[in-house]
Design a protein around this ligand. Structure first.
Ligand code: NAD
Length: 497
């Protein structure tokens, strides 16, 4: 083990913790260990939660305008530090710098949304519901909220969660991915510089032990989770069994349907960027192209031509278009789908294992597998790497059947020139986010984000209006005041009006 220790952040201070266990953090471009990260025990999680519980008592009283002002300053600091954050992300995740910058920028949009809290948290009033009776509703914070995030967006996904939670008056404990924990620390320091009181935002580093401690801790009122489907299910089942509000976003298997009338060049460009951008380690990555009718041959040829020239290299190198995968084990698992598909009768158009890379970085070239059938592992599993499967179907109904039978429902896209066909697809497909001639519907802060089926456990999507709903509870107040004209003290009101 080499390098430094990436600490927790508790009560406004970096905290190395006392954990008996820790994990290695790698530089995926070299394969070398760059740092270690402590794995919090249940006792350390408890310490962070107690700090957040105590900070809640004062933070909930802070005015909305002051909370929003802190978010405005945080936004400015994030903008000033985009490159620092991107460099930290690339160093631990491996994605190319332009992707890392894009992730921070998408995250900043959530901070901008949270800056609107004084408007967004307005309650409602019905005047004179009954004679002399008014009814109003207030939105109040829940208390301490936990966020548990995945490795693939170490800045953006936490930013989906904590700006809205905090601006609503909650305090927060973040458990980032142990694979790339540094971005969470940078953001904690920027929040402090923006004027956030200590204890409002805390980070506990760790793995399953820390997650399970959060899920059962009586001081935690709600849990936002983003990660793979099996863990999302576990978090949802355990958190709700412990009486917590839970939103748990899971994995994905996103299909891109290409109809015979589609523009082949547009569809091929989209497939390559959506399948291989960020090495396929995106929950909105396209991992299946469904080629309808005679579009298949020219489409596969156009995708293969483009994919063959994707430049794979270190994320920090200016000419790299795709970086390494996050760990060696993940790279090897992703690569294993290619020979398994060939054994099952699929046609390997491009084999990422053929590309040679010097050194020990976790690199893999891009792969395209054609003539895939729904029973193959490369179709059934979320691969989460640069492997694109192509299924050929005779018509639109067969494409729709595939999507309807798939357990995931995160994102999908259709490519066609026919507005009626696109409209019907949008209506019929059981998926939470749909692109029309757009490969990856990009997260937009004012629209909440989430899938259907096994891609979401709970009923609340992340951030935007549904995020505010998730982080608040409403209180309905019914008020009656006697008519001042009936007062026993002369207030100067006439007897009637
Ligand atoms: P993961 O499920 O392995 O880990 C997510 C979080 O859960 C991490 O903080 C991790 O420490 C923790 N965790 C891991 N195993 C656990 C266990 N057994 N018990 C309790 N906690 C555990 O996911 P990942 O590999 O970090 O991220 C990739 C996954 O996230 C992919 O499946 C991807 O589709 C998904 N994802 C989904 C969305 C979405 O919006 N739906 C967005 C980003 C990523």
């Amino acid at each position: 083990m080499t390098g430094s220790l990436i600490p927790h952040w508790i009560g406004g201070e970096a905290d190395p913790g006392v954990a008996a266990r820790s994990g290695d953090v790698f530089d995926p471009s070299t394969g070398a260990v760059s740092a270690s990260v402590p794995f919090a025990s249940a006792a350390e999680v408890d310490r962070a939660v107690q700090v957040a519980v105590s900070a809640f008592e004062t933070w909930r009283e802070v005015s909305l305008s002051r909370r929003a002002a802190i978010m405005f300053r945080f936004r400015e600091l994030l903008v000033a530090h985009v490159d620092d954050l991107a460099a930290a992300i690339t160093a631990e995740h491996g994605k190319v710098l332009s992707d890392a910058v894009g992730e921070v920028q998408r995250g900043i949009e959530n901070v901008e949304f949270a800056c609107g809290a004084p408007h967004l948290l307005k309650g409602a009033v019905s005047h004179q519901v009954s004679t002399g009776v008014d009814v109003s509703s207030l939105l109040q914070p829940l208390g301490v909220v936990a966020g548990i995030s995945p490795f693939n967006f170490p800045a953006m996904v936490p930013l989906w969660m904590f700006p809205n939670a905090i601006v609503c008056g909650n305090t927060f404990v973040l458990k980032p991915s142990e694979k790339d924990p540094s971005a969470s620390l940078l953001m904690a320091k920027l929040l402090q510089e923006a004027g956030l009181p200590d204890g409002v935002f805390n980070v506990v580093q760790g793995d399953k032990e820390a997650v399970d401690a959060l899920l059962s801790h009586p001081g935690i009122q709600a849990v936002s989770f983003v990660g793979s489907t099996p863990i999302a299910r576990h978090v949802y089942v355990t958190g709700t069994a412990n009486g917590k509000r839970v939103q748990a976003l899971g994995g994905a298997k996103n299909h891109m349907v290409v109809l015979p009338d589609a523009d082949i060049d547009t569809a091929a460009d989209a497939a390559v960027s959506a399948a291989f951008g960020s090495a396929g380690e995106r929950c909105m990555a396209v991992s299946v192209v469904v080629a309808v009718g005679e579009v298949a041959d020219p489409l596969v040829a156009a995708i293969a031509e483009r994919a063959a020239s994707v430049r794979v290299g270190p994320g920090a190198a200016a000419d790299s278009e795709m970086g390494p995968l996050v760990t060696r084990e993940h790279r090897d698992r992703v690569a294993s789908y290619v020979p398994a598909a060939a054994d099952g009768g699929a046609r390997i158009v491009l084999d990422g294992r053929d590309q040679h890379f010097d050194g020990d970085g976790f690199y893999l070239g891009v792969s395209i597998i054609d003539d895939v059938t729904p029973d193959m592992g490369c179709y059934r599993d979320e691969i989460f790497g640069p492997v694109l499967s192509v299924l050929r179907v005779p018509d639109y109904d067969a494409a729709l059947q595939l999507l309807r039978a798939n357990p995931y429902g995160n994102g999908t896209a259709i490519f066609t020139r026919d507005g009626g066909a696109a409209r019907r697809f949008v209506d019929e497909v059981p998926v939470g986010m749909v692109g029309v001639n757009v490969p990856v519907p990009v997260p937009v802060a004012a629209f909440s984000f989430g899938g259907w089926g096994d891609s979401l456990f709970g009923d609340t999507h992340m951030y935007g209006p549904e995020g505010l709903h998730f982080y608040t509870r409403s209180k309905v107040v019914t008020t009656r005041w006697p008519d001042p004209a009936t007062s026993t003290v002369d207030l100067g009101f006439p007897q009637s009006r």
